[in-house]
Design a protein around this ligand. Structure first.
Ligand code: NIG
Ligand code: FE
Length: 415
């Protein structure tokens, strides 16, 4: 592929020759180069440096972009989403405005069960088309790697259908995608009084087929009061681990559920949500190599207290930020807003939020060698901003569309 030169970049963000999972204080160190250039070749980052070091002539490149006044960042790494879902749930949104809680809506058959009913009535092609257009939308918003969960099937066929859709998305989109099997999202109506029967279905029927067909990379469980207990979470994750599926679990969203401790005991890649944390959960997380993935737009949408990001960072935790894009608790996959909200409501510094939404998000998907920083040899998945006064201006001016162009694997995404 012909080479591209981007020069006169106001700031090239998250430049790292070496990288590691960022914990605690290290999150606030965001290496950047002012007045920089970047060379992209064969869909990868080939070279970068300050303009003073630039030895090439622009006319020797097939493509040349003058980025005066603009910032270049690695694409967002969104490590927790549920973008394969059927339809939408704005009816419940109105119920929430009128005062019902997420749990009350779930208890009356809404919530996840509502989406499961719709999903099982929707054809695989339709499901794919809906998810594909959501994926295109978030890619235009700067997402360059994404994790997608099942969990709205809750039947053998429904879960497999979702995972097949994710596999199709992997093949038809140019960004890295990881699939998590979330059969344990809730208990389907049919098994309301037979929890054990549904857990058996997950372990004895779903998992063997998923493993044989290589349909998932990770296993997820919604560990929460009224959903799956820590003991049930452990059993299901251990069954997944036998097939090589590492846990990435929903923990401590609505209550202090013991999910964090169980996840760390199982050496989970990440424990996600973390709205409800106590000192023990924070300390356990800080003393582990598990990523704590915060989903502030879910807290925002459900009008819940935000995740205690400051305490977690100060305690030494590794924090990632993700969108949780789903029809019930975060009907948006806009990582620019996730980053802004993290600064505004969780008091994360812009540097911390950008690290959490790029390199640490990549770690939460085991994609750190491919994406998440400006590093020679990594995939050229980049965000080129419009002209902005500073890096801090990005989260400060929340809601504004400050992305000029997005590059994925060396190609500019067309509008
Ligand atoms: O991550 N909390 C569990 N699962 C999703 C919401 C699912 C839904 O309401 O459809 C979440 O918030
Ligand atoms: Fe989720």
């Amino acid at each position: 592929m012909p080479a591209t030169l981007i020069d006169n970049i106001k700031m090239l963000v998250n430049t790292r020759d070496k990288f590691s999972l960022l914990k605690g204080e290290a999150l606030s160190i965001l290496p950047c180069i002012e007045d920089a250039y970047l060379v992209i070749e064969d869909s990868q980052i080939a070279e970068y440096g300050s303009m003073k070091q630039l030895k090439h002539k622009a006319e020797n490149f097939a493509f040349h972009i003058n980025a005066t006044g603009k910032i270049v960042l690695p694409s967002w790494c969104d490590s927790h989403t549920h973008i394969v879902f059927a339809g939408s749930r704005e009816g419940e949104f109105i119920d929430k405005i009128k005062g019902l809680s997420y749990e009350e809506i779930a208890a009356k058959g809404g919530g996840i069960l509502n989406s499961a009913k719709l999903l099982n009535e929707t054809s695989e092609d339709k499901l794919f088309n809906q998810a594909y257009s959501r994926l295109q939308e978030v890619m235009r918003l700067g997402t360059g790697a994404i994790e997608i969960k099942s969990g709205y099937g809750l039947t053998v066929e429904g879960e497999l259908k979702m995972l097949r859709v994710i596999r199709r998305l992997k093949m038809s989109t140019g960004i890295p995608i990881k699939a998590s099997f979330l059969g344990a999202h809730t208990f389907p109506l049919l098994y309301k009084d037979d929890r054990e029967g549904y857990i058996k279905l997950i372990i004895e029927e779903m998992l063997p087929i998923i493993a044989k067909d290589n349909l998932a990379d990770y296993i997820d469980v919604f560990c929460e009061e009224g959903f799956y207990s820590p003991e049930e979470t452990e059993r299901i994750c251990k069954a997944g681990l036998q097939y090589g599926l590492k846990p990435k679990i929903h923990a401590n969203q609505l209550h202090i559920s013991g999910g964090v401790q169980v996840g760390i005991k199982l050496n989970a890649l990440s424990v996600d949500h973390l709205e409800s944390m106590d000192d023990d959960a924070i300390e356990t997380l800080a003393n582990s190599s598990t990523v704590g993935t915060l989903l502030p737009t879910a807290a925002f949408f459900l009008r819940m207290p935000f995740q205690p990001a400051r305490q977690m960072i100060d305690a030494g935790c590794a924090i990632a930020l993700a969108s949780d894009f789903n029809p019930g608790s975060s009907p948006s996959g806009n990582m620019n807003f996730v980053v802004a909200l993290s600064c505004i409501q969780m008091r994360m510094l812009p540097e911390e939020a950008i690290n959490a939404a790029t390199i640490n998000g990549a770690y939460a998907m085991e994609l750190q060698n491919e994406v998440g920083s400006i590093t020679v040899g990594k995939r050229a998945n980049l965000i080129l901003t419009k002209q902005v006064p500073s890096l801090q201006y990005l989260p400060y001016s929340f809601g504004a569309n400050l992305i000029d162009r997005v590059m994925l694997a060396g190609d500019w995404l067309s509008d």
